[in-house]
Design a protein around this ligand. Sequence first.
Ligand SMILES: [Zn+2]
Length: 104
Amino acid sequence: MSETNETNLSPVTCPRCGESMHSATVKTAIWRDDRLFVVEDIPAQVCDSCLEQFYDEETADALRRLTEESFSSLKPKKEVLVPIFSLEGRIVRASSSEEACSDY
Ligand SMILES: [Zn+2]
């Protein structure tokens, strides 16, 4: 007689790197129509090694339904102020940028 619990849907090892994973509650950020939404309280398996997050089928489905249908109509649980920075003008390239300015 087997006492093994086969109903556990969560993968035990990371499909990506094969290291062990642990259960965690995570949050994710989703851009939609130029707006940023954060979803938290997501049950996930997180890889100890590469930190990749995996959701089971029901969780992924709930997340997909939330993003596709509910973001516009649901009242969020809470809102946060998100600082947004730009990389414009901050990218330093090694080649030729100095020469471009030397004409002036
Ligand atoms: Zn991994």
